[in-house]
Design a protein around this ligand. Sequence first.
Ligand code: 13P
Length: 255
Amino acid sequence: MRKPLISGNWKMNHNHFEAIQCVQKLAYLVGKEDFDRADVSIHPPFTDIRSVQTVIDADRLQFILGAQHCHWDDKGAFTGEVSPSFLSKLGVKYVICGHSERRELFGETDQMVANKVAAILRHGMTPIMCCGETLSERESGQTEAKVLGQVRAGLAGRKPEQVASMVIAYEPIWAIGTGRTATSDDAQHMCAAIRHAVAGLAGADAAASIRVQYGGSVKAGTIAELIAQPDVDGALVGGASLDPDEFARIAKLGA
Ligand code: 13P
């Protein structure tokens, strides 16, 4: 069955010194038996990735290296952007794309997200493609239209076996950084709806294999109930991933 994936998205937090300390502390707290039950990825800022990779390699840690964002072209005149090929060379395995902060604050469109999904896969990495509705969209009954529209746009043109390998993170925007978590019923409902949409786009096998995470104010105290839902295959964790003690307890699935 689908192994849960717990991902720590540090956003724009932790310089590379703090990143090294954080990973070393996590290494003491999360053990082999925990990695047997869940995959755990860490998504530091770009400037920390090389440092974190060195710690993971030197200490043979089971944390999986991730990134928060990338461009879709391999190289070119794109000042400030980072190529997916550079990330794969650094040993990055998972790349977040389409995060609501990138969509809302930096104008990323569905088409850009689809381009990134294609580029990440082209370089042998796994996209964690985010989708989610605002509070006003939720209150006006547009949650499914918004979220499933983002899913369809982001997966457009991808082969079923590519879709099967991916991760989709359902992150309701009103729950991000607010302390408001979707109820486990709500999370299950939307993760199931996403899986159903994937079945329609890429077939039943892809839908059975793709991992659907929930994200939005996940804490050690809420992870167990979320992960117990049949269609919730892990969590994309922001604020709580900055504290190694808290994130370790999430990586242990609340145990
Ligand atoms: P919080 O866990 O801080 O709500 O952030 C969620 C998120 O945006 C992860 O990508």
